[in-house]
Design a protein around this ligand. Structure first.
Ligand code: ZN
Ligand code: ZN
Length: 259
């Protein structure tokens, strides 16, 4: 597979190591056409993106794009913060960004205590004990994802099922219906080939992302290649390889809002 774009990379605006320009330069060396800078969402208590720093981030992105010729998208890896499907990307934030990622993380401000308990605590406790969460926990996590996909123009769900469990088929069907991509993350193993095939079977589409926290990992596809090479997975469902670029719903949402 030949990657055309990497839509999930971090910089020191959250806890990545290298600058926007260094990530974009790495993308250029690999021949990528696009890269997204997607630092952690505002509600992350340790290293969330700060709203007041967004103008500086945009300036760095414009500069990196000019110097490398690679299209650099300004994004955020927002946090899913409630079972109602809220994320920490508020309506007022939307016009500051070009791409909208969303995932489940630890150490952040959830909407309510019950959301923190039901989404994060219940899943992570089971994970730490090496157990599968209860059916109730899986149902709550599924509900949170599906509500988030329905209520927000999310482009990509990051590392689905990493340390938390949802009904993959149900979430993938919602992704297919609303045009949200499912990420195959190459920083951590979060889904099996069988699970990817299950999600593909209900029409989901995919992107492969490095989740690079340093420039030397930008464009890394190793885990995805190990999973998918010589497999029966329908590779034409992955929209950022082999010359293809995705059609993102957030860009379309913004075009409609501004029309
Ligand atoms: Zn993440
Ligand atoms: Zn990330």
């Amino acid at each position: 597979m030949i990657l055309t774009a990497d839509y999930h990379t971090h910089t020191p605006y959250s806890h990545g190591k290298n600058t926007v320009l260094e990530n974009a330069t790495a993308a250029k060396k690999l021949g990528l056409r696009q890269i997204a800078i997607t630092d952690h969402g505002f509600n992350h208590l340790l290293f969330g993106l700060k709203r007041k720093r967004l103008p500086d981030l945009r300036a760095e992105i414009i500069e990196a794009e000019k110097l490398t010729g690679v299209k650099v998208l300004m994004g955020m890896e927002s946090n899913l913060i409630s079972i109602d499907g809220d994320t920490d990307m508020k309506r007022d934030d939307l016009d500051k960004f070009d791409i909208y990622l969303c995932g489940i993380h630890e150490v952040l401000k959830y909407k309510r205590f019950s959301d923190m308990y039901n989404i994060m605590f219940a899943n992570y406790t089971a994970y730490k004990l090496g157990r599968k969460p209860s059916a109730k926990v899986i149902a709550n996590t599924t509900k949170a994802y599906v509500n988030a996909i329905c209520n927000n123009p999310i482009d990509i769900l990051t590392h689905i099922n990493y340390k938390c469990c949802c009904d993959l088929k149900e979430v993938a069907a919602a992704c297919a219906e609303y045009g949200t991509y499912i990420e195959i993350n190459t920083k951590k193993r979060h889904v099996s080939l069988e699970e990817l095939n299950l999600m593909a079977s209900v029409g989901a589409r995919f992107v492969i992302d490095s989740d690079a926290h340093s420039a030397d990992r930008v464009g890394d596809t190793k885990i995805a290649e190990e999973l998918l090479n010589d497999s029966d997975f329908p590779m034409d469902r992955i929209d950022n390889i082999d010359g293809r670029l995705p059609n993102f719903r957030f860009a379309e949402y913004k075009r409609n809002v501004n029309a």
